[in-house]
Structures are given as structure tokens and as C-alpha cells.
Design a protein around this ligand. Structure first.
Ligand code: FE2
Length: 448
């Protein structure tokens, strides 16, 4: 296991510097890919202009690392309000007197230079915010999360394709989807030891989980197409009341970015319109669509606890792993993460990323909707501020787990929790199915 909590200060500083540099390279690539006009344009009311995200990344870095951790003078105190996500709704951001692309680039560079200086001179101890370089880790994750949001903006952008990446690996052999029985019994959810885990992932706590069955793979385009072709979007019985109301209001007929072409469906993938890849996980569906599909298929979505148990539980030892494959950090052989490929990988592509129970592609590819709302774990303590998670707790949000091809390894763990509205579709969201264990399966489980 990477015992990252026990790294010496120099190794830790090195690790932080590499992560900061890696994140910035991605922000730069996503913003350099388009011209200035494109950077300041709002490509969808759902999103900020890319240049807002970029300056906001710099502003958060300034607030936490330059001013708080470093105790330095502000770089641009005058822009704090403009780049405060709580003060400006996404739809209103284009009307603000935003920094120009050139000003933004020089602002984020100036902040970063100071941060590298702060990193070199700060003792990484004595204060909870800096222990294990937590604040730096939080800022790395923040930048990577915005990089994923910026990638979603790119997907919404009209015009010629500007992003290019190699295809994900193909499945090395024949693929058989199947339900996997997850045994009843206690499971340790969340973490108290992961150094850069955020407040909502903490603390580790034991939960009892009944036996259930979860699909080995996420739902694919091919499976989802059957639901579309069977008239699932016109049959109210599969939808919750709230889901049906939204389906009517938004006139949903298929996943976002599916394009009708005569009698077949195509998919717009970052500006390239292509035939559906049938064994690729479906992406850009909202919670309501996932829930309706599950009802139509005679199954249900997993709860968040079930998802995490399927991902982390090791039946041989009873302990919870950091990741499905073990405790090592994600590598390209484990999961489709970090925008290395600009699409989910076909099912079966990552046999080395499977959990001990044999559940595959839990990390990377697509965020997976789970049922239930956003709640704190028992013993939750808001850190380092209430606005990170606590203000979002309640019934308004649904939980997404596992990360997507657009999420970075730094912002994706077995314990990582993402939340969004049930109607969100522009995110890289898919799902997998679960069901209660039947009487025979329970018996089998008890006899193990
Ligand atoms: Fe943010």
C-alpha cells in the first residue's frame, strides 16, 4: 500500500508539486484548445464560460494556499466575489466583468508561482489544514474537478472537434455480463486514513448490508437502446412521479447527445457524430432515466453502500480496499481515468481493475448513479469549511460513484462521493443495476 500518510516532507512536497503541475497541464490543454472567443462564450446555460472556470481555479488556489496556508498578501482580492461559485449562478457568470483570457492566464500563473514558493517553505505539520499537505490535495482535486466540468463544456460546445485522444483499450477476450452475489454482513464504509479524502468520505464506519446482486458491468448503449426501442420513454409505469414529470417537461426521448438519424441513433462525442458503440457503457443519462431503465429491466439501482461494498469489500479478509483492485494508486491498466481517452471503454476492457468479487469497471468510464440522497456519515465533521459538503446535505441531491473517463485519479477513490441533481445529463453519468438477493441466493450465501 502507498503509505502516503508516512511520507517524509520532501517526498510529500515532491508529490504535491507533481500533482499540481499535472492538473495545470490539463487546465491549459482544455483552454488552449479553443480561441479566445470560445473561451468567453457560454456554450450552455448549464455551464460557465471556460475562462470563468480557469480564473476560479486560480482564485480558490489563491484563497486557500497563498492567503490561508501561506499567510501571504492577496494577489487579486478585488475578484473574489466574481469567482465565488456561491455568489454567482452559472447562468449569470457570462454577464460579469470577467478577466480576459490573457489576464486569466497571467493571474493563474502568478498564483501558481507563489504557491510553489509556499509549498517549499511551509512546514506540513502543526495545523490540520496542512497535515499530509491536505490543503494542497484539496486544491489539486478542485482543479481536476473543474477540468472534468470543462470537459463537459467541451461536449456541449458546437463547432469542429478540437479535442483528440486515443481509443480506450479493447476487451482482451469474450465478455459475459452477469449478476454477482455480494454477501450479507458488515462492511466498513468511508475512510479515516486516506490523507486527501474529503470531509464527506469520513469517518470509516461499519454498516450491515443484506445480500444483494450487482451487475458485473455498467449498462451499455446496446442495453439502453432496447429500452428506447421498446418505447420506455413513453411508458409512464417505469418512471417515478418526479421522473415522469421531468421526462414530459424536458421532452426526453433518449440519452443526451444521442442524435436521431432516420431509423437509427447516432451519438455526438465531442463534436464527432458516430454510430453507437453497443458494448460501451451508456453515458449522459440523468438519475430519472437510470431509475426508469432499472424498473423496465426488473431491477433497481444500487444504494450508495451497496456500490461501495461491491467496489471495496474483500471477502477473504473482511477489510475494505482503497480501490477495487487493491490499495495501489490507479494505473492505466486498472481504469479509464484522467481524460486519457475521451469516452468510456467497452465492457470487459479492464480485467485488472476488478474487485475481489469480480465486479468490473467501477472506477472510471462513467459516474454511476446510486439511489439515496446526500447525507453525512455518522461522526461527520465539516472540514475545512461548511460549504465543501455540509450545505448540500439533504434530499435535493443524488449520489454518483466511481468517477468517469473525465475524472482524474487524484479526485477519484473507492470512497469518493459525488453528488448532483437527479435531472443532470451533461455530466459523464451512467449506471449499473442491482437487485435484492433471492431466497436461493440467500441460502447459498449463508452456507458459504
Ligand atoms: Fe469550484
Amino acid at each position: 500500500m502507498t503509505v502516503f500518510g508516512e511520507l517524509d516532507t520532501e517526498t510529500l512536497r515532491d508529490r504535491v508539486a507533481r500533482q499540481l503541475t499535472r492538473s495545470r497541464a490539463r487546465s491549459t490543454a482544455l483552454t488552449d484548445a479553443v480561441d479566445d472567443e470560445d473561451l468567453i462564450r457560454q456554450h450552455s446555460k448549464l455551464m460557465s464560460p471556460l475562462v470563468w472556470d480557469y480564473a476560479h481555479i486560480g482564485n480558490q488556489e489563491e484563497l486557500w494556499l497563498v492567503r490561508d496556508v501561506g499567510g501571504r498578501e492577496p494577489v487579486r482580492e478585488d475578484i473574489d466575489n466574481m469567482y465565488d461559485a456561491f455568489q454567482n449562478a452559472r447562468a449569470d457568470r457570462p454577464a460579469l466583468p470577467l478577466l480576459s483570457p490573457t489576464e486569466t492566464r497571467s493571474y493563474v500563473r502568478e498564483v501558481r508561482d507563489k504557491v510553489m514558493d509556499v509549498l517549499a517553505s511551509t512546514k506540513l505539520e502543526g495545523r490540520k489544514l496542512v497535515e499530509n499537505a491536505f490543503a494542497f490535495g484539496m486544491i489539486v482535486q478542485h482543479e481536476q474537478q473543474h477540468n472534468e466540468t470543462m470537459l463537459a463544456t467541451h461536449q456541449l460546445r458546437k463547432g469542429d472537434p478540437v479535442l483528440h485522444a486515443p481509443l480506450p483499450p479493447a476487451p482482451p477476450g469474450p465478455v459475459v455480463d452477469k449478476g454477482i452475489l455480494v454477501p450479507a454482513g458488515p462492511f466498513t464504509m468511508g475512510t479515516s486514513v486516506e490523507p486527501w479524502a474529503l470531509d464527506n468520505e469520513r469517518p470509516a464506519h461499519q454498516v450491515h448490508v443484506d445480500a444483494f446482486v450487482i451487475d458485473k458491468y455498467p449498462v451499455t448503449n446496446g442495453m439502453y437502446l432496447e429500452f428506447v426501442d421498446a418505447g420506455g420513454y413513453d411508458q409512464q409505469q417505469w418512471w417515478s412521479e418526479e421522473g415522469w414529470a421531468y421526462r414530459q417537461k424536458a421532452s426526453l426521448v433518449a440519452p443526451r447527445f444521442w442524435v436521431r438519424d432516420g431509423d437509427r441513433w447516432l451519438r455526438d462525442c465531442f463534436g464527432v457524430v458516430e454510430p453507437l458503440v453497443l458494448d460501451e457503457p451508456v453515458v449522459h443519462v440523468c438519475y430519472h432515466e437510470a431509475e426508469a431503465f432499472a424498473a423496465w429491466a426488473g431491477k433497481r439501482l444500487p444504494t450508495e453502500v451497496e456500490w461501495e461494498k461491491a467496489a471495496r469489500f474483500d471477502p477473504a479478509t473482511g477489510r475494505s480496499r482503497r480501490y477495487p483492485w487493491g490499495d495501489e494508486d490507479p494505473g492505466p491498466e486498472h481504469a479509464n481515468l484522467g481524460q486519457a481517452h475521451l469516452r468510456p471503454a467497452r465492457i470487459g476492457a479492464y480485467p485488472l481493475g476488478e474487485s475481489p468479487l469480480g465486479v468490473a469497471q467501477l472506477i472510471g468510464d462513467v459516474w454511476e448513479w446510486t439511489s439515496g440522497d446526500f447525507h453525512p456519515y455518522p461522526g461527520f465533521v465539516a472540514f475545512p469549511y461548511r460549504e465543501y459538503s455540509e450545505v448540500f446535505f439533504g434530499p435535493d441531491y443524488r449520489m454518483l460513484r466511481g468517477g468517469s473517463f473525465g475524472a482524474d485519479a487524484a479526485a477519484c477513490r473507492g470512497t469518493f462521493r459525488n453528488w448532483d441533481y437527479a435531472i443532470r445529463r451533461q455530466i459523464f453519468s451512467g449506471f449499473r443495476l442491482a437487485r435484492d438477493a433471492g431466497p436461493e441466493e440467500r441460502l447459498l450465501d449463508e452456507q458459504r
